[in-house]
Design a protein around this ligand. Structure first.
Ligand SMILES: [Mn+2]
Length: 525
């Protein structure tokens, strides 16, 4: 039975999330695209502006964390610093943001538990007119208190003394950072070390970040709503990108279209470095340069995700550069799609990501064997192991070498119950199988009798399918009602993709190919 019933999942979700999105356009007031729109038939969500995640919800998250603290304990947690002058826009530390909702740099959260009561304090950057000339206004103590509901004060010269008075008599110091980890101590770790030295009452330091990560596994309706919008904006970018792709274009044109579409619809940034890779680059998992001229007969992998209000989508589509899949591309594509659908069918509450991976890997193995790229679904080869030793690896891993999926949320790789005890209501995750036929895949195999025989058998198929990279990644929510594929707006069937690519692209209407060609003169490759 298919686990994915969009319509079945909706009533419960709608009840939870305040009926934001709907499969039934007429009933729920979803906005249908205009009659002449090529997007007709694709139900767009009725999307009133989302309510910000409430102060009460943030307070509940902190309460849940405080339950893990013993009496006499004090939590000390630093937000992220502003990274140097003129650097990338500030992005708050995810767990700090999760607990406070505070999005300005250099904030500190302190929670002290005494006699069963928890006192909360937020230290924030002081308002400073001379700095605000450069960096713009800060919330200051008043703004921060209003925004977070946590009593805030400005971190002036008295902050150290204020912290010391809060730590008076504390027995356990809770943090959101490991005590060690790297060869050097972070600023936060140094501050914690100093506190421990100044306060003899502190007998232990406990890192609570695993507890926060555990809380973050279960997305609330408000969080799912933010994710849904990030995903929707990302599907808009995929649809427009598919229309725009043409042989002779450079990857950076599609990269720009994608990230421009994100900003155009209010996503603050890409949630991770956009991957736009054609031809041989389609087989490089984390290809980031996006500066190659695309040729007919190649595949283009676009692995992208908009970040909306801090929540990050992660959606991958693969399209043929010239608009029609070749027989070889299609053969690979259909295997990946079948693997994804098989994993989807298996997805439900209580099932683990490991189980989905098992199912997907089985489908990919059988498909690769059918194409002659491996000897059999369970075949092995001699792979380079630790310390120069040769060990045994599944042949599938020569062409499918990454995990099947991951949680999504404030981080693109977010905590997820599916890794351990199984998916549960509140899970948000990806399923992203892939096949990558690297042209040099046979060149680096250890020289052994088994490998020599294998190479002889599969070399023709590797030649035939070389430089074809295909990844398909969708995003899923688990609710009480079941599993929903939230990315349904981005076509993934071969016929749908080809039909979309045949549509006119507004993006290319005023394209200036002669300017695009300038880059050939300075391209590093
Ligand atoms: Mn991903």
């Amino acid at each position: 039975m298919r686990a994915l019933h969009r319509s079945a999942a909706l009533p419960a979700l709608a009840a939870l999330a305040g009926a934001v999105f709907s499969a039934s356009a007429a009933a729920q007031g979803a906005v249908a695209p205009p009659a002449e729109s090529p997007d007709r038939g694709w139900t767009m969500p009725a999307a009133p502006a989302p309510a910000p995640i409430s102060r009460e919800e943030f307070a509940a998250r902190r309460r849940a964390l405080a339950e893990q603290m013993e009496d006499g304990g004090v939590l000390f947690a630093m937000g992220r610093d502003e990274a140097g002058q003129g650097s990338a826009p500030f992005a708050q530390h995810s767990s700090f943001r999760y607990l406070t909702g505070y999005t300005e740099p250099s904030a500190v959260l302190v929670m002290a538990k005494r006699d069963g009561k928890v006192a909360e304090h937020l230290f924030v950057e002081p308002r400073d007119p001379s700095r605000e000339v450069w960096d713009g206004p800060r919330f200051g103590a008043q703004g921060a208190t209003l925004r977070t509901g946590i009593p805030a004060r400005e971190a002036d010269g008295m902050m150290a003394a204020a912290l010391d008075s809060l730590l008076q008599g504390a027995t356990t110091l809770y943090t959101l950072t490991p005590e060690q980890g790297r060869p050097y101590l972070s600023t936060e770790q140094q501050v914690i070390q100093g506190m421990r030295q100044r306060h003899a009452s502190i007998t232990r330091v406990v890192d609570l970040s695993p507890r926060v990560l555990a809380l973050r596994q279960t997305k609330t309706p408000a969080e799912l709503d933010m994710l849904r919008r990030a995903i929707f904006i990302t599907t808009l970018a995929h649809r427009e990108a598919a229309r725009a792709v043409e042989p002779g274009m450079n990857e950076f044109e599609i990269h720009a279209l994608i990230e421009g579409t994100f900003r155009r619809y209010g996503a603050e940034r890409p949630g991770f470095g956009s991957i736009v890779g054609s031809g041989p680059n389609s087989t490089t998992l984390h290809y980031r340069s996006a500066d190659r001229y695309m040729q007919p007969g190649e595949t283009l992998v676009m692995d992208i995700g908009a970040s909306f209000n801090g929540y990050t989508a992660d959606v991958t589509r693969t399209v043929p550069v010239n608009g029609r899949f070749s027989a070889e591309q299609r053969a690979i594509y259909e295997i990946v799609l079948a693997a994804q659908k098989a994993a989807e069918t298996e997805a439900r509450a209580g099932v683990t990501m490991g189980r989905l991976n098992q199912v997907a890997t089985g489908v990919i193995g059988e498909g690769l064997a059918r194409l002659g790229l491996i000897e059999s679904a369970t075949g092995v080869y001699d792979c380079a192991g630790r310390g120069g030793k040769v060990s045994e690896c599944p042949q599938v891993s020569m062409f499918y070498m990454h995990g099947l999926g991951h949680g999504i949320g404030l981080d693109v790789h977010d905590p997820e119950a599916g890794y351990t005890r199984g998916f549960a209501p509140g899970s948000a995750f990806t399923i992203e199988p892939g096949i990558y036929v690297r042209g040099d895949v046979l060149d680096y195999l250890p020289d052994t009798p088994r490998n020599r025989a294998l190479i002889q058998r599969i070399r023709p198929a590797v030649q035939r399918y070389r430089d074809i990279g295909v990844r398909i990644e969708d995003d899923y929510f688990v609710t009480e009602a079941g599993v929903e594929r939230v990315t349904a707006g981005a076509p993934r069937e071969v016929a749908e993709i080809e039909a979309l690519m045949a549509q006119e692209s507004f993006w290319n209407r005023e394209r200036r190919p002669e300017v695009v060609e300038w880059y050939r003169g300075v391209s590093p490759r």
